[in-house]
Design a protein around this ligand. Sequence first.
Ligand SMILES: Cc1cc2nc3c(=O)[nH]c(=O)nc-3n(C[C@H](O)[C@H](O)[C@H](O)COP(=O)(O)OP(=O)(O)OC[C@H]3O[C@@H](n4cnc5c(N)ncnc54)[C@H](O)[C@@H]3O)c2cc1C
Length: 352
Amino acid sequence: MIDCQNVQTPLRRVAIVGSGLAGLVAARELLALGLEATLFEKSRGPGGRMAAKRLPDPASGSADIGAQYFTIRNPAFRQFLEQYAGEASWGEWQGRFRYQNDQGIWQDMRPAQRYVGVPRMSAITRAISQGLDLRAGVRVASLQRDERELWQLTDTDGGVHGDYDAVVLTPPPAQTVDLLTDSGLSDVADDLNIRISRMQACWTVVVHFPRGAGADVEGLMPRSALLSWAANNSSKPGRTDEGEWWVLHGDPDWSDANTELDPRQVRDQLLEEFLRCTGATGQPDDFLVHRWLYAKPRARTAPGHLWFGDRNIALAGDWLDGGRVEGAFNSANGLIRRLESDGLISAELTAR
Ligand SMILES: Cc1cc2nc3c(=O)[nH]c(=O)nc-3n(C[C@H](O)[C@H](O)[C@H](O)COP(=O)(O)OP(=O)(O)OC[C@H]3O[C@@H](n4cnc5c(N)ncnc54)[C@H](O)[C@@H]3O)c2cc1C
């Protein structure tokens, strides 16, 4: 963790870049402590990698193309979801989950409570974002600190947004490094280049089987160089699809090596591998392909969050805390607890 022992004045207005779960958690918690928080999001809405994509068949809803499910180990995460996502936007996904061991034998995955958004993964982040100051469709291009030591954010259309005491950056590491470098903060970016784990790509294919795939599980992890995960999205709670929509995720190394492959080839290769691995016999009739350039970090250990106290810049996100949905929560939650304990959030604000 980087620490600069400057005498700090309490923060009042904070800009947060990115409205995936980490950004939303930071905004909610800052607001609860009496601060002003503004979220800037380059996409049309919040959610980031807790994403769902509308399906080509208008009779169907959407499929979860990013995070597939999450677990809850930290009681503070459950409390946060209950408080800000409400009860209706998430639920438990029950079913049969299997993986193929080194000998190629299928085994049940460890029993666990697996949670999903209802009726789609992005319902959770949508619910959490209600009432927040969220500027969607704004891609932050650079940050400048003026002579008053307040941060000004410039977006890619030339718009300037200020005056912020601190900035929390939550994009994946490559995008964070670009933003820091374009802001003349290459010393911070260089430091990250050494510390951070690289994110890996993930090709995603969503495929419809009108009469079912013929696989007797809801989710599976085959032993394959191509396919890392397949799930019957239609088996998640609150989905009302006709037939079955399956989500297939490419192996991270294979996806990394094939980022420029024609999406039709990706579709054919992952589908063939799915049928080969599972022995499923269903006939597909509709598809959707999505490429994630930054899906999950390679390494599992990271510092949780980073706080550059000499500039009032914080970095948070799943990649700093294990690379999963709960890691995104833990990272942002840990950052805000740290700002509190460092005296950067005044008791006067909290009492208001
Ligand atoms: C294919 C795939 C499968 C996954 N499966 C699972 C799983 O099964 N279980 C699990 O727990 N996790 C899974 N994950 C990981 C999980 O989705 C992430 O851990 C979590 O959603 C990350 O949240 P975050 O807020 O840290 O980052 P993100 O969700 O990436 O949020 C960052 C946000 O920043 C925005 N942004 C970036 N640059 C800018 C800019 N310049 N200006 C404004 N906005 C910007 C982005 O648009 C994005 O909304 C999966 C991810 C992928 C991609």
